[in-house]
Ligand binder design. Structure first.
Ligand SMILES: Cc1cc2nc3c(=O)[nH]c(=O)nc-3n(C[C@H](O)[C@H](O)[C@H](O)COP(=O)(O)OP(=O)(O)OC[C@H]3O[C@@H](n4cnc5c(N)ncnc54)[C@H](O)[C@@H]3O)c2cc1C
Length: 493
C-alpha cells in the first residue's frame, strides 16, 4: 500500500496533503527546485532563519522549503515542484498574517516568498499602476507618489505586504471614499495550481477574479496587480482625541452614537477609528479643510462626551505627511523587515450592533478588560454605512463578504514580555462570546486579514466568507482540485 501511495503521489494524482510528515519531503523538493533553478533560502541558513520569523511570534512554523523566485517562471516551477511532490504551496508577501498564514499556517509548506516582485509602475495616462505583490505598503505609497503624485487605497501599516492585504480586503485612511484595496484591482496576473499563468479581470477568468478579491490565497499565486490609481487629496485634517470612559454605560452611549453616525451621517471624506485600550482615542483623517471638519466633528464629539480640548488637530496636511502620521515610523521600509509582536487577535464585522450587544461589549470591558494589565486593545474602524464606498459595492460583486459591516472591529491582546500564555486567549474569546450571546440568531462576519487562530476550519469558513463560501468552495474545485494551495483556514481546506 505504501509503495502504491508513493507512486500515485509521485504522479501528482493525489491531493497535495497526505498523512506523511511533509518535512520528510525536503530532499525531494530541494532537488526539484534546484534542477528548475528556482532561487531558495537553504534550510538553516541565516536568510532562512530570518525569513521564517513570523510577524506574530506566538505562531511559528517550519516550512519544508523556502523559494525566493525572481521571475514568473521561477514561481511556476516552484508551484510545479510542490504539486509533483504532494507538498502544499503557500505564497508569502509581507508576512503580516496574524495566523502566520504566509508561512503556511502549519508546518511543512513550500513557501514562495514574493519579495522580489516589488516593482511599482504608474501607467503613462496616470490612471493605473502595475504593482508587484511582494511590495510593502510604505514603499508602494512612496513609489506611486514619486511617479506623478499618485496613490491607491491601502492599509495604514507601512510594513504590510500588497499580496495578503489586497487579496483579502485592505482598509485604510481613504477607504470610505475610494473603497478597499481589493475594490481597486483592475486585473491580476496569477500562477495557478497547474502552474500556468493567467490573467484575472472582469473579462478574463471573471469567476477567478471574483474569488481572488476576498479569498485569494486559496486560488493561486498572484505576481502582480493592476490597480486603479487616483490623485490623492493634499488638504487633509488629521486628528486624535484622547479620553476615557468612566463607566460601561458611558462607553455604550459613545458606541451607540458612533454606530449611528457611521451608518447614517459620516461623509465619505471622513475616515475614523476608535481605539480602546486602557485609555481611549478617536483618530482619523478628513479630506478637506478645517472649517468643514469642525462642522462635522463638533456635534459628534459632544454626543460622544469628548471635549474638543482633548484633541490634537493638524490641518492642511499633504498626502504623504498624512500617511506618515499613521505609519508611526518611516514609510520606506528596511530591506530586511524585522518587526514582530507576540499576540492573539480576533475580529468582528457587525452590520449592526443591537443595544444588548453594545451593552454586553461594554459590560465585558468594565468587568474584564479595563483591569487587564496586558497591552490589549479594541480597534473599531468606521468601515461601512450609507456613504461608504465599501458598502456601495454590491454585496455579491466580490468574494469579500462584509459590505454591510458598519464597524470593523479588531480585538488584540499582546504581551511585551516572553511568550503568550494560551490560557490568556479566554480573555478575547470571552469578549466575542459575550457579544454573540447577546445577539441571538446573528452570525457575525470576521476578517481573515485579522486571522483568528482559535477558529476551527468550519467556523473560519463561515465567519470569513458568510454566504459566499459555497460558491468559493465550488470555484476551488475548478481552479485547484488537488489542493496545491491549502492552509488551516483557507477556502477548501
Ligand atoms: C501591523 C499590522 C497592521 C495592519 N494594518 C492593516 C490595515 O490598516 N488595514 C487592513 O486591512 N489590514 C491590516 N493588517 C492586516 C493585513 O492586511 C493582513 O495581515 C494581510 O494578510 C497581510 O498581508 P501580507 O502579504 O503582509 O501577509 P502574508 O502573511 O505574506 O500573507 C497573508 C495571506 O495572503 C496570502 N498571500 C500573500 N501573498 C500572496 C500572493 N502573492 N498570492 C496569493 N496569496 C498570497 C498568504 O498565503 C497568506 O494566506 C495589518 C496587519 C499588521 C500585522
Amino acid at each position: 500500500m505504501a509503495s502504491l501511495g508513493l507512486l500515485v503521489a509521485g504522479l501528482g494524482l493525489f491531493a497535495a496533503n497526505t498523512n506523511a510528515n511533509p518535512l520528510d519531503k525536503r530532499a525531494a523538493i530541494d532537488t526539484c527546485l534546484s534542477s528548475a533553478k528556482v532561487p531558495v533560502y537553504t534550510s538553516g541558513s541565516a536568510d532562512w532563519n530570518q525569513a521564517i520569523k513570523p510577524f506574530n511570534n506566538r505562531v511559528t512554523f517550519t516550512p519544508v522549503a523556502y523559494a525566493v523566485p525572481a521571475t514568473v517562471k521561477n514561481v511556476q516551477d516552484a508551484v510545479q515542484c510542490g504539486a509533483q511532490n504532494s507538498v502544499t504551496v503557500t505564497a508569502k508577501s509581507g508576512g503580516h498574517s496574524y495566523g502566520s498564514h504566509g508561512l503556511g499556517g502549519e508546518n511543512g509548506h513550500l513557501i514562495v516568498d514574493m519579495k522580489n516582485f516589488n516593482s511599482v509602475t504608474v501607467a503613462s495616462d496616470g490612471n493605473s499602476a502595475t504593482i508587484g505583490t511582494g511590495g510593502r505598503l510604505g514603499d508602494v505609497a512612496t513609489a506611486l507618489y514619486s511617479q506623478g503624485k499618485k496613490a491607491i487605497s491601502h492599509g495604514t501599516c507601512p510594513g504590510v505586504g500588497v499580496g495578503g492585504l489586497s487579496l483579502h480586503g485592505g482598509y485604510g485612511l481613504i477607504s470610505r471614499s475610494k473603497g478597499l484595496t481589493l475594490d481597486n484591482i483592475l486585473s491580476a496576473e496569477v500562477v495557478l495550481a497547474n502552474s500556468t499563468v493567467v490573467t484575472a479581470s472582469p473579462t478574463d477568468n471573471p469567476d477567478l477574479f471574483w474569488a481572488l478579491r476576498g479569498a485569494g490565497a486559496a486560488f493561486g499565486i498572484v505576481t502582480n496587480f493592476k490597480f486603479k490609481t487616483f490623485t490623492p487629496p493634499e488638504n487633509n485634517v488629521f486628528f486624535s482625541y484622547n479620553f476615557n470612559f468612566g463607566s460601561a454605560s458611558q462607553m455604550a452611549t459613545a458606541l451607540t452614537v458612533l454606530q449611528n453616525f457611521t451608518r447614517f451621517q459620516q461623509p465619505p471624506e471622513l475616515n475614523l477609528r476608535l481605539f480602546i485600550a486602557p485609555g481611549t482615542n478617536l483618530a482619523g483623517v478628513y479630506n478637506g479643510d478645517r472649517s468643514s471638519f469642525d462642522k462635522i466633528m463638533t456635534p459628534l464629539l459632544s454626543q460622544m462626551g469628548i471635549s474638543g480640548a482633548m484633541g490634537q488637530v493638524t490641518a492642511g496636511a499633504g498626502w504623504i505627511s498624512t500617511l506618515s502620521n499613521f505609519a508611526y515610523g518611516p514609510l520606506q521600509q528596511a530591506k530586511v523587515y524585522d518587526t514582530h509582536e507576540t499576540f492573539f487577535s480576533k475580529s468582528l464585522m457587525p452590520d449592526w450592533l443591537d443595544p444588548p450587544a453594545i451593552t454586553a461589549l461594554s459590560n465585558y470591558w468594565a468587568a474584564n478588560a479595563r483591569g487587564n494589565s496586558r497591552a490589549w486593545y479594541l480597534l473599531i474602524d468606521c468601515h461601512g454605512g450609507n456613504s461608504s464606498a465599501i458598502s456601495k459595492v454590491g454585496a455579491d460583486d466580490t468574494a469579500y463578504a462584509h459590505r454591510n459591516a458598519t464597524f470593523k472591529m479588531q480585538f488584540y491582546d499582546r504581551t511585551y514580555f516572553g511568550n503568550y500564555d494560551n490560557s490568556w486567549m479566554s480573555f478575547l474569546n470571552g469578549w466575542i462570546k459575550a457579544i454573540s450571546d447577546a445577539s441571538p440568531g446573528k452570525t457575525y462576519g470576521m476578517y481573515i486579514n485579522y486571522a483568528d487562530t482559535s477558529l476551527s476550519k468550519d467556523d473560519a469558513h463561515t465567519h470569513y466568507w458568510l454566504g459566499h463560501y459555497t460558491k468559493l468552495a465550488q470555484l476551488k474545485g475548478v481552479y485547484d482540485p488537488k489542493k496545491v494551495f491549502e492552509g488551516p483556514q483557507l477556502v477548501g481546506s
